[in-house]
Ligand binder design. Structure first.
Ligand SMILES: Nc1ncnc2c1ncn2[C@@H]1O[C@H](COP(=O)(O)OP(=O)(O)OP(=O)(O)O)[C@@H](O)[C@H]1O
Ligand SMILES: N[C@@H](CCO)C(=O)O
Length: 315
């Protein structure tokens, strides 16, 4: 019997928490925005098949596909603890555009590792698996960061605490908020979007950003939606990355004029997000972004909510 694991899209940073905040997201229309990995027994040692709309954007060499690398890493770790790797076939359904700012590589990594772990009767704990996910994500973007893989795997809004045995911990969020996500249909490489960031920041910026993040986390715990939205500010990446996004400053202002509570870059872009206080605002923002932000016919808009489930089996 084949096992199918779905891993949802995620939005990292939330402007205020570069590399330390990320939320899993799901469209409210019930569509699946994420990758699926199917796993089943087979005659050969290992097989990998690729399917899905974005399969043509995957690297041609098998070894470069992050799902293959997930299999190799999982096998190495399992052998190290005396486990036996089963003969298996993986099929990746690549539904997520690559270089989108929606955690596309994280979707493939998480779906593959969850499938492998479940297929082998869960030899690894959640945190052990998450540590492997971070290592694989680091190979792609040049440095280990968990802000896509952690929410994609565990669901919800996650804060990367990386202490006392926990890579992340969940934060309470605002159930009434809608996320409008606009992917313009162009590619921005995470590695390149990281390379353009400054090597150091002024004391003034560091102090201000610490205040924003501290206040944001406090606002989540004390359920002060207005304060949380106000604190979603980014002095670390947005000022340097906005040039990579089509007309970002104008479109951000347009969204604010339409009542968005917060607007920013999703992960390393080019997807942008706008937070709406209710469905009516979300629909207006969606129509505006469709008109002003989409660049190619591969672009899309989704009205989403935070996905509290994370990676899961499709039955
Ligand atoms: N299964 C896979 N899914 C996505 N990218 C893959 C996969 N296998 C290999 N890659 C490579 O990993 C790189 C992914 O780039 P990048 O990190 O910019 O994309 P991303 O994960 O979509 O980014 P983001 O987290 O901003 O959505 C590309 O070079 C791509 O070819
Ligand atoms: N925190 C990462 C997310 C990348 O998807 C970055 O902004 O570079």
């Amino acid at each position: 019997m084949a096992l199918r694991i779905y891993a949802p899209a995620s939005s990292a940073n939330l402007s205020v928490g570069f590399d330390s905040l990320g939320a899993a997201i799901s469209p409210i229309d019930g569509s699946l925005l994420g990758d699926v990995v199917q796993i089943e027994a087979c005659e050969n040692e290992f097989e990998l098949e690729n399917a899905g709309y974005f399969v043509r954007k995957l690297p041609k060499e098998l070894q470069k596909n992050i799902v293959y690398q997930a299999y190799v890493l999982f096998s190495e770790r399992l052998k190290l603890r005396g486990g036996a790797v089963k003969k298996l076939r993986l099929t990746l359904e690549k539904n997520m555009p690559i270089g989108s700012g929606l955690g596309s590589s994280a979707c493939s990594i998480v779906a593959a590792l969850v499938a492998l772990n479940q297929f082998h009767d869960e030899p690894f704990s959640k945190m052990e698996l998450l540590e492997m996910m971070g290592e694989l994500e680091g190979r792609i973007s040049g440095s280990i960061h968990y802000d896509n893989v952690a929410p994609c795997y565990l669901g919800g809004l996650q804060l990367m605490t990386q202490s006392l045995g926990n890579i992340c911990q969940p934060l309470p969020f605002f159930d009434e908020w809608y996320w409008v996500l606009a992917y313009p249909g162009i590619e921005v490489s995470t590695a390149e979007a990281r390379a353009i960031l400054p090597k150091s920041y002024t004391r003034q910026d560091v102090i201000a950003q610490a205040r924003y993040l501290g206040s944001f986390v406090h606002a989540c715990h004390s359920q002060q939606a207005q304060l949380a939205a106000l604190m979603m500010k980014d002095l670390v990446a947005e000022p340097y990355r906005e040039a990579l996004l089509p007309n970002f400053p104008e479109v951000r202002q347009g969204c604010k004029d339409l009542g968005a509570l917060a607007v920013g870059i999703s992960g390393s872009g080019p997807t942008m997000f706008a937070i709406a206080p209710d469905l009516e605002h979300a629909q207006k923002l969606s129509a505006y972004l469709e008109k002003h932000y989409l660049q190619t016919n591969e672009g899309f808009i989704h009205i989403c909510k935070v996905d509290n489930q994370g990676a899961r089996e499709l039955r």
